[in-house]
Write a protein of this length. Structure first.
Length: 255
């Protein structure tokens, strides 16, 4: 999938972001999994969280009978299921749940009463009013180096994008009739766009100034939200090479 440039929730890289690691290990991993810092693979079907993250198709190696999943293809023992109503920049929640840190965010997301279509978990983000209205006519198009978002609001609206949040993302209003748009961290790992009026917005990962500045801001978020306290360290001994380990990920709270 990745080779074909299809975005996936599962990741295999040099390392995951601490927030994604915490989110994935708590909400999409089975209790007996042993998560590590560079690989995330779904072993627990959590449809509300999968929809919230924008997952549309799920491939598994056996049959599943679950409301909200429709089988659309099969190849040997593998089945491909389609999820109903995934978030394709279509979730515009109006009920913000404010908490202090990452632990509170994950607890809110894990609550059975949390509906990501109308609920959003935030950590002390200024400027979010309790008088949010649902956005309409939203679109999201990925382009080289970022994305383009359009939407309409009769007041102030928050749209949750299926895009992982980073301080290295900058929003530029291409055209609009309301206030300037703002990107913020929502649901621990996602990008929220707060805007008003009619808006056409461009998101770019090439901010002005040195890259290391926004990376330092991302690391500061790990400290501010106490994400490092949630990192799972159940690594099997056989996963590591013998000898002294290099603490490459210590600055990110992952070692």
């Amino acid at each position: 999938m990745a080779r074909a440039r299809h975005p996936t929730l599962s990741q295999y890289s040099h390392f995951l972001t601490p927030a994604y690691h915490a989110f994935f290990s708590r909400l999409l991993d089975a209790p007996d999994d042993r998560p590590n810092v560079n690989h995330a693979a779904i072993s627990r079907i959590n449809l509300p969280m999968m929809r919230m993250l924008g997952l549309r198709y799920l491939m598994v190696d056996g049959p599943i009978e679950m409301p909200g999943l429709t089988r659309v293809a099969r190849d040997g023992r593998y089945r491909l299921y389609e999820l109903a109503d995934p978030n394709l920049a279509s979730f515009s929640p109006t009920r913000p749940h404010r908490v202090a840190d990452a632990h509170g965010l994950l607890a809110t997301l894990a609550d059975s009463g949390f509906d990501p279509r109308v609920d959003v978990a935030i950590a002390e983000e200024p400027g979010i009013t309790d008088q949010l209205v649902p956005a309409t006519d939203t679109t999201l198009t990925f382009v080289r180096g970022g994305f383009r978002f359009t939407g309409r609001s009769d007041g102030h609206s928050l749209v949750v994008l299926p895009v992982q949040y980073t301080r290295c993302l900058e929003l530029h209003t291409v055209s609009g009739s309301g206030e300037g748009a703002r990107a913020l961290r929502v649901n621990l790992v996602q990008t929220g766009v707060l805007f008003s009026g009619d808006a056409e917005i461009e998101g770019r990962y090439r901010p002005d100034g040195p890259w290391e500045r926004c990376v330092r801001d991302d690391v500061a978020d790990v400290e501010r939200l106490r994400i490092h306290d949630l990192v799972e360290r159940r690594r099997l001994p056989s996963y590591s090479f013998p000898g002294e380990r290099f603490r490459l990920f210590a600055p990110f709270g992952l070692d």
